[in-house]
Design a protein around this ligand. Structure first.
Ligand SMILES: *[C@@H]1O[C@H](CO)[C@@H](O)[C@H](O)[C@H]1NC(C)=O
Ligand SMILES: *[C@@H]1O[C@H](CO)[C@@H](O)[C@H](O)[C@H]1NC(C)=O
Ligand SMILES: *[C@@H]1O[C@H](CO)[C@@H](O)[C@H](O)[C@H]1NC(C)=O
Ligand SMILES: *[C@@H]1O[C@H](CO)[C@@H](O)[C@H](O)[C@H]1NC(C)=O
Ligand SMILES: *[C@@H]1O[C@H](CO)[C@@H](O)[C@H](O)[C@H]1NC(C)=O
Ligand SMILES: [Zn+2]
Length: 466
């Protein structure tokens, strides 16, 4: 059920509205800046078995969702790209961390894929580019996808993680925060995405239920404390909204002899039946059988292992929002929670892993937000990460491109729930001349109408469902 909405149309004085967001001066935006930080593999409940004073403070000072759900391939690049585009994986096309080509048998590493525009640029624009096209300055600091070009456009400033970049150097983490603060204050960037490779790395190497993982959460908590101080020091407290989130959770991998691990070569002869596969990469995999062998591979695997789910591409539940994508191979596999998909030998040394189906609680991840536009001490209901995109657009005053998210899940987090609509729509020409489209243009036209002091507003009062 959607929240009932009462729409009140009336005449209001400008003074009334200026109690909400300040109106822009000239064509200068009045929208606050936005920093979106992603800590890779931060499971939704990682703060519950270790002392995290700064994350706890953020609960009081801002918004917390109990958890959020990643898209149906809970893997770094597919999930981060859903967050930054607001599109399902079948639309944005980033179906794996590895760029691959089943015709040429090419497979690139996750790092090498970052620089390959042809993997990322499938006609869906990430928010950096859309915001830039509406006059904003945006940057990506190590965020997946930020290094690619989209329709020939690059992110104004983009740092791509180098090969061999250390994931857990706390000093470097703080330096990165200082750098980003400088981008906001000295160079007037509006929107920055900042990515950290932990606690994913430690979750894989040591497992999620370990002392090492808990220590990493404390390191992240100290980093958030550093961020809070940096925001104050740079006088950004009233100008910067911050969203802290992640791409997926982590679960402990079940190993022999406690369980029978999944090894697909027990059931199919790879050299006879398989042309190309993406396996040995967590709980999700795909197979392109040799010409005419789809049915044989499918039948051989279908009931092979009690904890292996096998789909023909066209059988994948529509709710996964992956199957319409050309890059999805004819056979799609998921292990049950904790059962990694091994192909020919059990090489996988990971103690923790992800990419299991997203309904498992261990795949859920975090959402925190604070800053001038967010309510304080607000606990939000769980939602899908795809809904972060329209929230970010709203915060930045950017007109979103078509997307699959909805503000309905997040708008209650915001202090200002008043939508201003003008009777006089900006003409196309004026809008283009100002270099900005959508809500930003509308606000600057508002400023021009200041003399008249009167205009029509649409007040949407949202009633909460309990
Ligand atoms: C307003 O827009 C014009 C034209 O795009 C630009 O030259 C000017 O610097 C902008 N002013 C401010 C205050 O942003
Ligand atoms: C990505 O491209 C940049 C610029 O060409 C280069 O410096 C960097 O090494 C590349 N990084 C990776 C991981 O390929
Ligand atoms: C992006 O486009 C620029 C300009 O054409 C080019 O120099 C650069 O190599 C491209 N980067 C990627 C990652 O494709
Ligand atoms: C951690 O990062 C700092 C700052 O970039 C650097 O000086 C230091 O050598 C790094 N430490 C390690 C162990 O790599
Ligand atoms: C996602 O959004 C795109 C763009 O509006 C649309 O074409 C597509 O049908 C949507 N997908 C779903 C499952 O609603
Ligand atoms: Zn991972």
């Amino acid at each position: 059920m959607t929240a009932p909405t009462i729409v009140v149309i009336g005449v209001a004085l400008l003074g009334l509205l200026s109690e909400g967001r300040p109106l822009p001066a000239g064509n200068k935006s009045s929208f606050n800046k936005l920093l979106m930080i992603s800590f890779d593999g931060f499971r939704w409940n990682y703060d519950q078995d270790v002392d995290t004073p700064n994350l706890d403070l953020l609960v009081k000072e801002g918004v917390k969702a109990k958890f959020i759900s990643p898209p149906a391939i809970p893997m770094t690049s597919p999930s981060h790209f859903t967050t930054i585009t607001g599109r399902w994986i079948e639309d944005h096309g980033v179906v794996h961390n590895l760029m691959f080509n089943p015709k040429t048998l090419l497979k690139l590493t996750h790092k090498a894929t970052q620089n390959r525009s042809e993997w990322w640029d499938n006609g869906v624009l990430p928010l950096w580019i859309t915001a830039q096209n509406q006059g904003l300055k945006t940057a990506s600091f190590h965020y997946p996808g930020g290094g690619a070009n989209f329709s020939g456009q690059s992110v104004t400033r983009s740092l791509v993680e180098s090969y061999g970049h250390p994931d857990s150097n706390e000093t470097e983490w703080r330096e990165n925060i200082d750098i980003v603060m400088g981008w906001f204050t000295k160079e007037n960037f509006d929107f920055v995405t900042l990515y950290y490779g932990e606690p994913d790395a430690v979750g894989h190497a040591k497992g999620p239920e370990t002392k090492e993982r808990r220590l990493m959460i404390q390191q992240i908590d100290r980093t958030i404390g550093y961020l809070l101080k940096a925001i104050e020091k740079h006088n950004l407290k009233n100008k910067l909204n911050v969203i802290i989130t992640s791409d997926h959770g982590m679960t402990t991998i079940k190993k022999a002899p406690a369980v029978e691990e999944i090894k697909l070569s027990n059931y199919i002869k790879f050299n006879q039946l398989v042309h190309f596969d993406l396996l040995d990469y967590g709980g999700y995999g795909m197979i392109l059988p040799k010409e005419g062998k789809v049915e044989e591979v499918y039948q051989a695997l279908k009931n092979a292992h009690p904890h292996l789910k096998v789909f023909k591409k066209e059988e994948v539940p529509e709710s996964f929002h992956i199957a319409k994508q050309n890059r999805i191979l004819p056979i799609v596999l998921y292990g049950d929670l904790g059962y990694n998909l091994n192909s020919r030998i059990i090489l996988n040394v990971n103690k923790g892993d992800h990419s299991f189906t997203n309904e498992h609680m261990d795949m859920k991840t975090i959402f925190r937000a604070f800053g001038p536009d967010f309510k304080k001490n607000f606990l939000a209901a769980p939602f899908d990460s795809i809904n972060i995109y329209p929230l970010m657009c709203k915060l930045l005053g950017v007109s979103p491109t078509p997307h699959n998210g909805s503000l309905a899940y997040t708008q209650d987090m915001l202090v200002d729930d008043i939508e201003v609509q003008l009777t006089q729509e900006p003409t196309g020409k004026k809008a283009e001349a100002s270099g900005r489209k959508g809500p930003r243009v509308q606000k600057s036209i508002l400023q021009k109408n200041k003399q008249k002091k009167v205009f029509v507003v649409t007040l949407k009062i949202h009633l909460h469902n309990y």
